[in-house]
Design a protein around this ligand. Sequence first.
Ligand SMILES: Cc1cc2nc3c(=O)[nH]c(=O)nc-3n(C[C@H](O)[C@H](O)[C@H](O)COP(=O)(O)O)c2cc1C
Length: 382
Amino acid sequence: MAPMLAVTFTGLRFENPFLLSSAPPTESDANIMRAFDAGWGGVVTKTIGLHPVVNVDGPKTKFLRATPDSPRISMQKRPGTALHSSWNWELISDKPLDWWVPRITKIKKAYPQRILVASIMAGSGSDDELRNWQKLATACQAEGADALELNLSCPHMDRKDMGSNIGKDQGLISIVTEVVKEVAKVPVWAKLTPSTTDIVEEARAAFLGGADAITSSNTFPSIPLIDPETLEFEMNVDGFVSSGGLGGPAILPQSLAKMAQMTRAFPEKSFSGIGGISDFAQALNYFLLGCGTVQVCTAAMLDHAVGPNVIKRLVQGMGEFLEKNAGRGWRKLEDFRGLRRDRVVSHSQIRRPEDSDYHGGYEVYEGYAEPAEPAAGRPPRS
Ligand SMILES: Cc1cc2nc3c(=O)[nH]c(=O)nc-3n(C[C@H](O)[C@H](O)[C@H](O)COP(=O)(O)O)c2cc1C
């Protein structure tokens, strides 16, 4: 039987489990429709808010690249490099709700079978601000948005009651989620910040508020590097920078660690994984940890802005993976989802060598100095 790529996630049927995340690839109706044509199973719109948005004077995103066989990492464009990460300080959509509303209708009319998730964000410092969440939620779902993603994770907000500052406050996470759930007729996903001590606590707060799923990760707080020649930050406005967000390959292991914590703590809940995905091998990590969908930003930005080749690779990779594992009876994501979730355990549960094998750290491992003396009872290394 042919492998099946379709999945059901928070009650919604996706043609495949690969989504474009809320970011530049989904900043317009034109982009979103191109993305659907390219084959993405769903998209999350660039975050829609009610406050006026003015971005910094200059580039909003740049890409850090590594030189092979060299320690150099830099935003400077040069040949023969490999992508390390994206760095951005872009705010949410600079288009107002009125701009988005007719476009959501238009997209859903043109692609009724594709899943369109509206990412929304407001403040939380007053009842009026909380009502803004409801206003955004009702407007987007009335136009046909299939789900809502609450942006509790934008890392660039100065306001204490917005973005990742909500995501760092368990009380506010629960309140905002609950307020949206009061009016939501569609599933509500909470996008959390990775920038907390124990993300399990923030996930618990979101589930307490009624979230149907958690999305993670948003970008990791970071600043651009300083150019050793000019002594200026590689990205700056008038010489100044502020903390922005790191995405792309560099955050894959960190984002997986956050995800593993949450899927272990809440194995029955739904999770959408993001961070450093550009082909199926990386997406597979999230699926094996228990995610039901995954989302992509950086890789798509660098592939014709909406990732036509990325989605082709993801779909092809999943098809090949299912075919290769058909003998195990795997025909769909549910057959292997979460298979490695229970392999992430606390450090003390990791087996130690038997006493007789233990050489007190005298084994040679990459990154460690040569031991000064051979282990007792062992011949010296030649
Ligand atoms: C330029 C840029 C803008 C972004 N804007 C948003 C946004 O408006 N809302 C949001 O929830 N996440 C936003 N993100 C975060 C991405 O959706 C995603 O969580 C992050 O980039 C990690 O995924 P990646 O490793 O595939 O890039 C943005 C990321 C970038 C690079």
